[in-house]
Design a protein around this ligand. Structure first.
Ligand code: HEC
Ligand code: HEC
Ligand code: HEC
Ligand code: HEC
Ligand code: HEC
Ligand code: HEC
Length: 344
């Protein structure tokens, strides 16, 4: 055999020995124990706790939030769109306390350690999915943030656990008789005006008010949910039919908003009122038939009512949220804007 071939064979054999040694040296023992990977890592991977726990886990302790969320639009399982608790509150896996929750003074089961993040800035959170972007499919409901919410948090108006605002009137339309209502309404004229327009009278304007709202307001006085001694005395003993008929009468009386687009644009108080227009309309006519129109109300009534929501004497989930963030100057300014609506 020529010498150069012998050298070549020797080099090749040396190379094979080196490669075999390297394989032995660099490969861990558990390789190929299960397959073409390191066997030890299987146990490591298997021992990883799930990062997300799912909504059923949260339900066991937060029944109230879970119930609200379950009925809300963020749990639309039928169309495959479910925004789970941990999307907003962060993964729950890290603070697992085992199968049985034990009340204890310290340690992982202590309430202080159960706390998960409460999203403080809903404007950042909600806009992740709801801000209008070019190319975002229209089926995903979108808003232009500046026009829709101004500088307010989304949670001022939307309950994060059930965000859809119910814009459909909740009052079933029973046939009501405005003519009969007019007769009963005579008792109200001294304070609300014979036609329901209150100028320099002690009561607010009722003319042109949403019928469903009037029905609810009168009921609230009679049950005491709305606390006003005069009004409670006035409506005590009115039958359900009376209430419907009186509401129908006042709702059908004329009060149209004088706040046309030119006057809206000219109002110095427009920016304060931008906090209200999503619900009460830019002209004081509300977007929801069961919410009150603000047209026709006096400045005093508007200011005093906002104060009542703020200090809790008048209660309403939506308005309390709005009023508690309103300074006295803002309340005056918003009132000044809506007074401009008058009754045409
Ligand atoms: C084993 C019971 C338990 C489970 C399960 C549980 N929590 Fe809690 N959570 C608590 C307790 C207790 C607190 C403290 C309550 C307090 O401070 O009033 C708390 C606090 C919170 C808070 C803060 C509330 C606040 O006002 O600061 C949030 C948010 C929260 N949990 C969300 C969740 C979510 C989301 C899940 C599901 C991934 C979940 N929790 C699962 C018991 C639980
Ligand atoms: C779309 C986002 C979102 C989802 C989904 C969501 N939350 Fe919340 N959650 C919030 C926000 C925002 C707050 C703070 C509310 C506030 O500031 O008034 C909050 C507050 C809370 C609180 C504090 C107490 C309270 O009610 O204010 C608890 C507890 C809580 N959420 C539990 C849950 C549980 C349980 C689920 C699932 C069933 C869930 N959340 C789903 C956004 C969400
Ligand atoms: C992870 C994405 C996501 C986040 C975050 C989220 N949403 Fe949603 N939202 C959805 C989906 C999906 C739906 C239901 C399907 C639809 O109507 O597009 C929905 C529905 C809604 C609706 C009902 C729209 C309608 O049909 O009338 C409102 C209102 C809403 N969300 C407000 C909020 C608010 C307020 C927050 C913040 C607290 C928030 N969302 C956070 C995805 C999200
Ligand atoms: C001043 C009260 C108010 C604030 C603040 C507010 N919303 Fe709304 N939002 C409404 C009202 C009222 C509606 C329903 C009327 C309508 O369809 O325009 C609505 C509807 C929506 C809808 C459904 C729109 C559609 O096309 O069906 C989405 C999504 C939404 N809001 C998201 C948000 C987000 C995200 C924020 C925070 C950046 C926010 N909202 C802040 C009052 C508010
Ligand atoms: C003695 C004067 C007086 C009489 C009479 C009176 N009201 Fe009132 N009414 C008031 C005052 C004052 C308020 C505002 C109370 C408040 O702030 O809750 C009011 C408020 C109302 C409201 C709520 C309006 C709103 O915008 O929220 C309704 C509805 C109403 N009255 C209906 C009636 C009816 C119907 C009658 C006749 C059966 C009547 N009132 C008789 C003084 C009166
Ligand atoms: C998310 C919707 C929403 C927003 C935003 C809102 N309101 Fe309201 N407002 C309501 C609802 C709903 C009621 C009826 C509450 C009740 O029955 O007590 C109401 C009631 C009122 C009333 C009482 C009307 C009456 O006839 O008694 C006044 C005044 C009022 N709002 C003023 C304002 C002002 C001013 C702003 C802005 C700073 C504002 N609201 C923002 C929903 C809203």
């Amino acid at each position: 055999m020529p010498r150069h071939i012998v050298r070549l064979v020797l080099i090749m054999v040396g190379f094979v020995l080196l490669a075999y040694g390297a394989k032995k040296f660099f490969t861990v023992d558990s390789f190929y124990q299960y397959g073409h990977y390191r066997g030890d890592s299987v146990a490591e991977i298997a021992s990883d706790k799930p990062k997300y726990k799912g909504t059923a886990y949260c339900a066991s302790c937060h029944a109230e939030q879970f119930a609200t969320w379950s009925k809300g639009v963020h749990n639309s399982a039928d169309i495959g769109k479910v925004v789970k608790c941990e999307v907003c509150h962060g993964p729950g896996g890290a603070r697992d306390v085992g199968d049985v929750f034990q009340a204890s003074a310290t340690g992982p089961d202590h309430p202080q350690n159960m706390k998960m993040v409460v999203p403080a800035d809903s404007r950042t959170l909600c806009t992740l999915c709801h801000e209008r972007l070019t190319g975002r499919p229209v089926e995903q409901r979108q808003i232009v943030v500046a026009d829709h919410a101004g500088t307010q948090q989304c949670t001022v108006c939307h309950n994060p656990h059930s965000p859809r605002l119910n814009l459909v009137s909740t009052v079933a339309s029973r046939p009501a008789d405005a003519a009969l209502g007019k007769v009963k309404a005579a008792a109200c004229a001294g304070c609300h005006g014979a036609e329901g327009v209150s100028v320099n009278l002690p009561g607010p304007t009722l003319a042109g008010q949403n019928e469903a709202y009037l029905v609810e307001a009168i009921k609230a006085y009679s049950t005491g949910a709305r606390d006003n001694a005069t009004m409670t005395a006035m409506v005590q003993g009115a039958s359900a039919d009376d209430v419907d008929n009186i509401a129908s009468y006042f709702a059908s009386q004329k009060c149209e908003s004088a706040l046309n687009p030119e006057r809206q644009a000219a109002s110095a108080d427009r920016s304060t009122a931008s906090k209200c227009v999503a619900c009460h309309g830019a002209n004081g006519v509300s977007t929801n038939r069961s919410w009150p129109n603000l047209m026709g109300q006096s400045r005093d009534y508007l200011v005093n009512t906002l104060k009542a929501y703020k200090d809790g004497t008048r209660k309403n989930g939506l308005m309390t949220g709005v009023a508690k963030n309103l300074s006295d100057a803002d309340a005056e300014s918003a009132a000044a804007y809506f007074v401009g609506a008058g009754c045409k």
